[in-house]
Design a protein around this ligand. Structure first.
Ligand code: GDP
Length: 409
């Protein structure tokens, strides 16, 4: 899969977009830092994805169709292209990243078209998870996809197998927002009937698309606003970055012999409601849902190893089981080391004890020997004494007497 990053562009806004209203969605502290939003667009080529992004942000983020044709490159596989732009409105900064998926649905066999897109979304979750697991988590960069606009071709019939497959695979991983592309090519009645069939298909296949939440304690105005948005899903949109004249006034729209379809007119299409939800009222909510529900569920599944392959060819790996296995192996290794150390210790103690016993015995033997020698010496001395006392003349007593006798004379 080719992941082509296009350098950051600093486009000038051509008019009012409405994201300066973002501060009302979150605390003022975030205003200083600026806002960041990542939007993915998926759909067959030519359905108006680039035009819609340019219309949404009122800027020329994307080169026009002509420029694309001039570049002459038609992707051979589904590519992932990223465009980033720092845009500013009334002092409020928004770092916008748009991820396009050229090549999607454009081949004879589109069976696996969804795969590189899902892989890209999951790789972004992995990158976030990796940053969260770092010791220093101060500078986490959030590159997760906060919304995915899925462009449905304006056939007027029902969803194609490719649409169903893509939405089924991606639901639960990203905020899916289905839109009917180029809805100016359908009549009002056709759009109504098409929307009903799309919603029936979505319900039948139990596909989870993004639904703005309804809170009971919201003020009546917000509740009504949410209801209006929900009633328009899937949004029938018209994109145009060109202005046309209506009653002397310049408006963004598409001109037909029978009249003009105005992009910013709620009676003409659902573009205004889509922009309102994406940029003005639900951007933070989409990011929160991505973080708290979609990313969290991916993280938990990853930890539990459900359906995740570590690429080793061993199939699905359960990290918890792997961890448990490693823990048991480590414990066994430690127990073996402990037993070996105990054996060495006991052997050393036994050796020392034997040495001590030997020294003790040697000591006893020497002691006995010395005692015997002393006894022998004592006996000899006594014998000597006896001999001296009995047999020899001139005992000290006699000498004394003799001496005394001599003196007495
Ligand atoms: P992408 O390949 O999906 O990005 O499609 P583009 O945005 O390049 O649009 C392809 C062609 O469709 C261009 O000629 C656009 O002017 C045209 N187009 C874009 N949006 C609309 C729309 O809402 N209605 C109609 N009728 N044409 C559109």
């Amino acid at each position: 899969m080719a992941d082509v990053a296009i350098p950051v562009v600093k486009p000038k806004l051509a008019g009012y977009v409405g994201f300066h209203n973002l501060p009302n969605q979150v605390h003022r502290k975030s205003v200083k830092k600026g806002f960041q939003f990542t939007l993915m667009v998926v759909g067959e080529s030519g359905l108006g994805k680039s035009t819609l992004v340019n219309t949404l942000f009122n800027t020329s983020l994307y080169p026009g169709k002509e420029a694309k044709e001039l570049s002459g490159e038609t992707p051979k596989t589904v590519e992932i292209q990223t465009i980033s732009a720092d845009i500013e409105e009334n002092g409020v900064k928004l770092k916008l990243t748009v991820i396009d998926t050229p090549g999607f649905g454009d081949f004879v066999n589109n069976e696996d078209s969804w795969r590189p897109i899902l892989e890209n979304i999951e790789a972004r979750y992995d990158a976030y998870l990796e940053q969260e697991n770092r010791v220093n988590r101060k500078r986490i960069v959030d590159t997760r996809v906060h919304s995915c606009l899925y462009f449905i071709a304006p056939t007027g019939h029902s969803l194609k197998p490719l649409d169903i497959e893509f939405m089924r695979r991606l639901a639960g991983r990203v905020n899916l927002i289905p839109v009917i592309a180029k809805s100016d090519t359908l009549t009002e009645d056709e759009i109504k009937a098409f929307k009903i069939r799309i919603l029936e298909d979505i319900a039948f296949h139990k596909i989870q698309i993004y639904q703005p939440p309804q809170y009971e304690n919201d003020d009546p105005e917000t509740i009504q606003e949410n209801r209006d948005i929900i009633s328009r899903i899937p949004f029938a949109i018209v994109g145009s970055d060109k202005e046309v004249e209506v009653n002397g006034k310049k408006v963004r729209g598409r001109k037909y012999p029978w009249g003009v379809i105005e992009v910013d007119n709620e009676e003409h299409c659902d573009f205004v409601k889509l922009r309102q939800m994406l940029i003005r009222t639900h951007m933070e909510e989409l990011k929160e849902y991505t973080n708290e529900v979609l990313y969290e569920s991916y993280r938990m599944q990853k930890l539990a190893g459900v359906g995740l392959d570590d690429g080793s060819g061993a199939g699905n790996v359960n990290p918890l089981a792997k961890f448990e296995e490693e823990r048991i192996a480590h414990e066994q290794k430690m127990a073996k080391m402990e037993a070996e150390m105990k054996a060495v210790f006991q052997q050393k103690v036994a050796e020392k004890e034997a040495k001590l016993k030997q020294s003790e015995e040697e000591l006893y033997a020497r002691h006995r020997e010395m005692k015997e020698q002393l006894e022998k010496q004592r006996l000899e001395l006594e014998e000597k004494k006896k001999r001296l006392e009995s047999g020899r003349p001139g005992t000290p007593e006699k000498t004394k007497t003799k001496k005394g006798g001599l003196f007495n004379k």
